[in-house]
Design a binder for this molecule. Structure first.
Ligand SMILES: C[S@@+](CC[C@H](N)C(=O)[O-])C[C@H]1O[C@@H](n2cnc3c(N)ncnc32)[C@H](O)[C@@H]1O
Length: 379
């Protein structure tokens, strides 16, 4: 992405007027702010004047006015942070899926990638960062307003030379003819990705990669069938399940201490759940409320220990969708000795038969679309 204007030279990167800054209050309170010398940022701790931020290095901790009460961190934007803070115009891809997409599409600096739909531009920022500084992302959305807003955002984030945003119905028209044979990778996040497979096949260079994101397995099935018919190989579908953990410090009973510690009547304890016990000490009660007094009381009680715990978040995001990857088939060079392989003519015949079979399965609409792409009609 998306570098702050001052991020290109050596030395600390200083915040400037107009820069995008990611304001970090806590791990679950992060916001995007464009610095405007007359602007201010307000939260429950007070008001922060943007003009106080100008000239500060990214990563600074800044205080509100009057100083001493609240503070926030000012982070330099990255593609990952942008995904966390952007305004949702659509559903978006998150970092778990994005990282797998970038890795499996083998995106490196200089590559050319085609994307549809653009949506909120969450993935587009990561694609741009992956292919920078000399590659290019061509992204298309058939929703005029979304396409325009995304384009404005790309410009504002300094991605003009890296990303071209277009308004186009990709399922009906496919990618533009001038992109045929030009792409190292194609990514689709559309309701009917299988309709675009013929156009993707025309655009992806030999040994290039395809990826489609779909929330439903029925979409995946149809896409895989289309990929198979159009010369893709190494077709595989992955589901990313993200599991986040909550890490906290808590006060726990130590069993050994509990069984030996005398209770208020001077008898040895032998107990199950602390909450059910009638011989509750101050530290027992304090452990439950977690206050500073509780922690101090617990620390003084040999029956307790402070420990860092990690447990899975109950509200962790589960299924987001399926990622289907495929590689563009490279036809083997025909051998003179007739010892194997099939000729181009035979392969075309095979493809014809496969398409005939698919049509027999009731895929007439698909057939019409596929042949429209193959003939270049409507593109
Ligand atoms: C779920 S959003 C994509 C989100 C995007 N991957 C992101 O990370 O922000 C799907 C987008 O596809 C667009 N779309 C749907 N059908 C389309 C078509 N036939 N041609 C082009 N765009 C289409 C929608 O307008 C929508 O913006």
């Amino acid at each position: 992405m998306v570098l702050p204007q001052a991020a290109t030279g050596p030395g600390p990167k200083l915040i400037q007027e107009g820069d995008l800054v990611v304001v970090y209050e806590s791990y679950n309170a992060i916001k995007a702010v464009y610095v405007d010398k007359k602007g201010q940022y307000a939260n429950r701790f007070g008001n922060f004047q943007h003009k106080d931020w100008v000239g500060q290095p990214y990563g600074s901790r800044v205080h509100c006015r009057p100083p001493g009460r609240g503070w926030v961190y000012l982070l330099a934007p990255t593609a990952e942070l942008w995904t966390q803070v952007l305004r949702h115009r659509t559903q978006i891809l998150y970092v778990a899926d994005i990282s797998l997409v970038i890795a499996n599409l083998a995106l490196t600096p200089g590559k050319v990638v085609l994307e549809s739909g653009t949506g909120s531009g969450s993935l587009t920022h990561s694609l741009a960062r992956a292919v920078a500084p000399h590659g290019h992302v061509h992204t298309f959305d058939f929703h005029q307003l979304r396409a325009d807003e995304a384009r404005a955002e790309f410009d504002r984030h300094g991605l003009t030379g890296l990303v071209t945003g277009g308004h186009r119905n990709i399922e009906e028209q496919g990618f533009p003819q001038e992109l045929h044979g030009q792409a190292d990778a194609v990514f689709l996040d559309l309701p009917g990705p299988w309709r675009v497979v013929p156009s993707a096949a025309a655009c992806i260079r030999p040994d290039g990669n395809f990826c489609s994101f779909s929330p439903c397995i029925e979409q995946v099935q149809r896409t895989c069938e289309a990929l198979d018919r159009h010369g893709f190989t190494d077709i595989r579908t992955l589901e990313v399940l993200l599991r986040t953990y909550e890490v906290s410090t808590e006060t726990l009973h130590t069993n050994a201490a509990q069984t030996q510690q005398p209770n208020k009547q001077g008898k040895k304890r032998s107990r199950g759940a602390a909450a059910a016990a009638t011989d509750e000490t101050a530290a027992d009660a304090a452990a439950a409320d977690g206050s500073e007094a509780a922690v101090a009381a617990a620390a003084a009680d040999p029956g307790f220990v402070r420990q860092v715990l990690a447990k899975p978040c109950m509200d962790a995001r589960g299924h987001t969708g399926y990622l289907t990857f495929a590689r563009r088939f490279v036809a083997a060079v025909a051998l003179d000795n007739g010892s194997g392989g099939s000729s181009d003519a035979e392969e075309e015949e095979d493809a014809g038969e496969q398409q005939g079979g698919a049509a027999a399965d009731g895929e007439e609409r698909q057939q019409q679309t596929d042949s429209a792409y193959e003939s270049g009609a409507g593109i």
